[in-house]
Design a protein around this ligand. Structure first.
Ligand SMILES: NC(=O)c1ccc[n+]([C@@H]2O[C@H](COP(=O)([O-])OP(=O)(O)OC[C@H]3O[C@@H](n4cnc5c(N)ncnc54)[C@H](OP(=O)(O)O)[C@@H]3O)[C@@H](O)[C@H]2O)c1
Length: 280
C-alpha cells in the first residue's frame, strides 16, 4: 500500500519518530530524516520507512535528497519540518552562538528545506507542515531565543501560504503551522543542560525555576502520538488551517496572549516577585 510519500526532518526521537512510525503504519511511505547511523539502522527494517541521512543545516544533504527524489521519481504528499532545538534562559544571557543555532535549525533550515522540496510536492494536494510552538503566542520570560524563532516560522507559514495562492503551479499546496504546547519528548531532557551565562544577574533564580518547570511540564506533557495523528489529519484535510494549537498549555498560552499587555505584564511581575521570595 502507498498512500503517498512524506518527508519528515528530525525523526531520531520525539514527535518526528512518532510521526514516522505512525504514518508508516497507516500505509504512507515515510522518508525519515536522521543524523546518525544508529537511528538510520533502527528504521531499516521497518516497513514503509526509508531512513535518509539529513542534517537540515548541511547543504550537501539537501543536494543528496534532491538527487534521491529526482532519480526515484518521487512526488511528495507532504513535507514535515519537524527538526528543532531549544535553548532557554534570561534573554541577554544566552550566548550568541545558541541564538544562531536556534535560528539556523528552527527557522532558516525550514525555509531552505521548503524551498528545495516545493517542486517535488504534489501540486494538487501537497501539504507543508511546520512544527512550531505555542510559545509563539506571547513573550514568556526565560524562554530565550526559542519563541522568537517559532513566531518567525508562524509568520513564514502565513506569508508562504498566501504567496503560493498567487502562483499558477502551487496554488493548491497548503501550508500549516502547529503551535504546540508541552509534548512528552526528549527535548525536555536536553533542556536540562544549562546554556546561559553563569554571570547572569538572575542565574540562580532562572536555573532553579527553569529546571523545576521542565520537570513539571515533562511529567504532565501530552503524548507525541497525539501530534502524529494531527499531522495525518492535516495531510488528509482539503482545507487545512494556517495554525493548529495542540498539547498541554497551548490553549492557556493562546488565551494569555490575547490579554492586554498591561495585564500580561502585571501577571508576570506578580509571578516574578513570588518566585524571588520563594528562592530566598
Ligand atoms: N516537545 C515539546 O514540548 C515541543 C513543544 C513545542 C514544539 N516542539 C517542537 O517539536 C519539534 C520536535 O521536537 P521534539 O519535542 O520531538 O524533540 P526531540 O525529541 O529533541 O526531537 C528533535 C529532533 O530534531 C532533530 N534535529 C535537531 N537538530 C537537527 C538538525 N540540524 N538537522 C536535522 N535534525 C535535527 C533531532 O535529531 P538528533 O537526535 O540527531 O539531535 C531530533 O530528531 C521541534 O521543532 C520542537 O521545537 C516541541
Amino acid at each position: 500500500m502507498n498512500k503517498g510519500w512524506i518527508f519528515i526532518t528530525g525523526t531520531s526521537s520525539g514527535i518526528g519518530q512518532h510521526a514516522a512510525k505512525y504514518l508508516s503504519s497507516k500505509g504512507y511511505q515515510v522518508i525519515a530524516g536522521v543524523r546518525d547511523q544508529q537511528s538510520y539502522d533502527r528504521y531499516i527494517s521497518i516497513e514503509n520507512i526509508h531512513p535518509f541521512i539529513f542534517d537540515t543545516t548541511i547543504e550537501k544533504h539537501h543536494e543528496s535528497l534532491v538527487k534521491h527524489l529526482t532519480l526515484n521519481n518521487i512526488s511528495l504528499l507532504a513535507i514535515v519540518n519537524n527538526a528543532g532545538v531549544s535553548v532557554w534562559g534570561p534573554i541577554l544571557d544566552i550566548p550568541i552562538q545558541y541564538w544562531r543555532e536556534i535560528f539556523e535549525v528552527n527557522l532558516f533550515s525550514n525555509i531552505r528545506v521548503t524551498k528545495i522540496l516545493l517542486p517535488f510536492l504534489n501540486p494538487t494536494n501537497g501539504k507543508i507542515i511546520q512544527i512550531g510552538s505555542s510559545s509563539d503566542r506571547l513573550g514568556v520570560p526565560l524562554m530565550g531565543a526559542y519563541p522568537i524563532a517559532k513566531l518567525s516560522i508562524l509568520r513564514f507559514t502565513e506569508i508562504l501560504r498566501r504567496e503560493l495562492l498567487l502562483t499558477k503551479k502551487y496554488n493548491k499546496i497548503r501550508v500549516s503551522n502547529l503551535s504546540l504546547g508541552s509534548i512528552k519528548t526528549p527535548i525536555w531532557i536536553k533542556a536540562k543542560n544549562i546554556r546561559f551565562d553563569k554571570n547572569s544577574p538572575i542565574f540562580n533564580l532562572a536555573k532553579e525555576q527553569g529546571l523545576s518547570l521542565i520537570d513539571k511540564e515533562y511529567e504532565n506533557a501530552t503524548s507525541p502520538l497525539v501530534i502524529a495523528k494531527l499531522i495525518e489529519k492535516i495531510i488528509n484535510s482539503k482545507k487545512p488551517r494556517r495554525n493548529y494549537l495542540a498539547g498541554r498549555q497551548s490553549y492557556l498560552l493562546h488565551c494569555f496572549g490575547l490579554m492586554p499587555i498591561f495585564v500580561q505584564d502585571f501577571i508576570f511581575k506578580v509571578m516574578g516577585v513570588f518566585m524571588l521570595k520563594k528562592s530566598k
